[in-house]
Design a protein around this ligand. Structure first.
Ligand SMILES: Nc1nc2c(c(=O)[nH]1)N[C@H]1C(S)=C(S)[C@@H](COP(=O)(O)O)O[C@H]1N2
Ligand SMILES: [Mo]
Length: 418
C-alpha cells in the first residue's frame, strides 16, 4: 500500500516496530508481546494485521473499504460505512490519478496565485494564509463524477465505482475569494485552475497529473475554500495535505489536493483532464453506446440530486412485526434537497422521510424514515430525493454517457423479514 507515512509511524528507520507502536499493541491486546525483541524487520504482528482491527494500520482506512485500484490508489466506501453525519477520515473514499507526493513539509509549503488574469503573481506561505485571512469551516460534499459508473450499461471505461465515492467532511481554511481579492484580478478573469504536487504515474516530474478548475462565479462563492484542516485536524496526506482546494457540489475532481498553485485564467482552464472528454458529458442525449465527437460535449458543473441509505446495511435480517428505522443522506450539487421519499414495494407507493436542513449550503442533508414490512419475506427499500428545483433521482439508469459520469439512480437495499 502506498501510504508510507502511516507505515513510517509504525516502524523505526531500521524497520523494527517502534516502542510507541509496541505500547499501543500492548494496550490493544491487554498483554505484552513477550518476544517483541525477536520480531523480524518490517514484521507486523498478526493481531495488528490489516484484516483484524476495524482500521487498517497500513492505510489508516476502515478495513471494509473496497480497493478498486492500488496504483493509483482508488478506494471506495460501502454505503453502510457512510452512516456518520460527518464522514471520518478512515471512511472517506480515495481517488488518486497519480502518485501521492513524497515530500510534504507544511513548514515550507507555499501557495502561488498566478495566471493571465492576476495583476501580479503573489506567493503565500501556509503560515501567512492562516494569519492573514479569516478562517471558515464548512461541511462540503465531495462526490467523484464517476460515482455510480458501474451502473451504466453498456459498461464504460474507468473505475467501476458503485455508490461510495462520496463524502461530506468538515473543511477549515480561508475563502479563495479573500485570497483573490488580496492578489487583485484583472477584469478579464474567466476561470481558475489548480496545480498539485502529485507525481504522474510514469514518474515523469514534468507531466501533469490533473489540473482542473471552475468558472469565477463558483471560485468566488463563500464556500470555496483553500483548506488545511479536515474534521478539525490536519488534512490526511492521502486527502491532500497540507493544502487543498475544496469546491463543494461540483465533481470532486475540481477539489485539487496537494495544492501549490492557482492560476486565474482569461479563458476556460486547459489543464490536464479539463480538455477532451474528461469530466464532460454529451450536449445532446445519446443512445447508450454512442460516443459523439469531442465538440459535442460540455463540462460537468453542479452534480445531480442523489441520496444514500446508510442504515440498515443491505442484507439485514429483521424479525417479523419489527419496524425498521432507515436513515441516510441526500445532496444536490449547488441546490438543496427539498424532500426524500422511501418505498418498500418497488416504487408502487412512497412515503415521505423526515429531512433535516443542511448545516450550511453544499453540505449533505440527513433523513430518517420508519417502514414496517407487512409480512415475512424479501423486501427492497428504495430512497429517492428531489431537489429544490423539483428534479428527482431516476429509478433506472439516467442518460448514458461515454465516460460513465453522473449516475444518480436511486440507491436500493435488500432486507429479509422472518
Ligand atoms: N492533486 C490531485 N487532486 C485531486 C485528484 C488527484 O488525483 N490529484 N483527484 C481528484 C478526484 S478525481 C477526486 S474524485 C477527488 C477525490 O478526493 P479524495 O481522495 O480526498 O476523496 O480528488 C480530486 N483532486
Ligand atoms: Mo473523481
Amino acid at each position: 500500500m502506498p501510504d508510507v507515512h502511516s507505515q513510517n509511524r509504525l516502524f523505526n528507520r531500521r524497520g523494527f516496530l517502534r516502542q510507541s507502536t509496541l505500547a499501543t499493541l500492548g494496550s490493544l491486546l491487554g498483554a505484552q508481546i513477550v518476544f517483541a525483541d525477536r520480531l523480524p524487520r518490517h514484521y507486523l504482528p498478526l493481531v495488528f494485521s490489516p484484516n483484524d482491527g476495524p482500521i487498517n494500520p497500513m492505510t489508516a482506512k476502515h478495513k471494509d473499504l473496497v480497493v478498486l485500484n492500488d496504483k493509483p490508489w482508488n478506494v471506495e466506501t460501502p454505503a453502510h460505512l457512510l452512516d456518520d453525519r460527518i464522514t471520518p477520515a478512515e471512511r472517506m473514499f480515495v481517488r488518486n490519478n497519480g502518485l501521492i507526493p513524497e515530500k510534504i513539509d507544511p513548514a515550507t509549503w507555499k501557495l502561488t496565485i498566478n495566471g493571465e488574469s492576476v495583476r501580479a503573481p503573489k506567493t503565500y506561505t501556509l503560515a501567512e494564509l492562516k494569519k492573514k485571512f479569516r478562517h471558515h469551516t464548512y461541511q462540503l460534499v465531495l462526490e467523484c463524477a464517476g460515482n455510480g459508473r458501474s451502473g451504466y450499461y453498456p459498461k464504460t471505461a474507468g473505475n467501476q465505482w458503485t455508490d461510495g465515492a462520496v463524502s461530506c467532511a468538515e473543511w477549515t481554511g480561508v475563502r479563495l475569494k479573500d485570497i483573490l481579492a488580496d492578489v487583485g484580478l484583472k477584469s478579464d478573469a474567466v476561470y481558475i485552475g489548480y496545480y498539485g504536487s502529485d507525481l504522474h504515474l510514469s514518474q515523469d516530474p514534468k507531466k501533469e497529473v490533473i489540473s482542473r478548475g471552475a468558472p469565477m462565479h463558483k471560485a468566488l462563492e463563500d464556500e470555496t475554500l483553500v483548506a488545511w484542516a479536515m474534521n478539525g485536524q490536519d488534512i490526511p496526506v492521502v486527502h491532500g495535505a497540507p493544502l487543498r482546494l475544496v469546491v463543494g457540489g461540483w465533481p470532486a475532481s475540481v477539489s485539487g489536493k496537494w495544492l501549490h498553485t492557482i492560476s486565474v485564467r482569461n479563458k476556460v482552464h486547459d489543464g490536464a483532464k479539463m480538455t477532451g472528454k474528461s469530466y464532460r458529458v454529451p450536449i445532446d442525449p445519446v443512445e447508450p453506446g454512442v460516443d459523439p465527437p469531442e465538440d459535442r460535449f460540455r463540462i460537468i458543473e453542479s452534480m445531480p440530486v442523489k441520496s444514500l441509505i446508510t442504515f440498515p446495511r443491505t442484507g439485514t435480517l429483521l424479525k417479523p412485526g419489527e419496524a425498521i428505522a432507515l436513515r441516510g443522506h441526500a445532496w444536490a450539487g449547488d441546490r438543496a434537497v427539498r424532500s426524500v421519499e422511501v418505498s418498500m414495494d418497488f416504487g408502487a407507493t412512497w412515503q415521505a422521510a423526515k429531512l433535516e436542513a443542511p448545516r450550511n449550503r453544499l453540505a449533505w442533508q440527513h433523513w430518517t424514515a420508519e417502514v414496517k414490512p407487512p409480512r415475512p419475506g424479501y423486501y427492497e427499500l428504495w430512497a429517492r430525493a428531489t431537489d429544490d428545483a423539483g428534479v428527482s433521482q431516476p429509478m433506472v439508469m439516467p442518460q448514458w454517457n461515454p465516460e460513465g459520469y453522473c449516475n444518480n439512480a436511486c440507491h436500493r437495499i435488500a432486507v429479509k423479514v422472518g
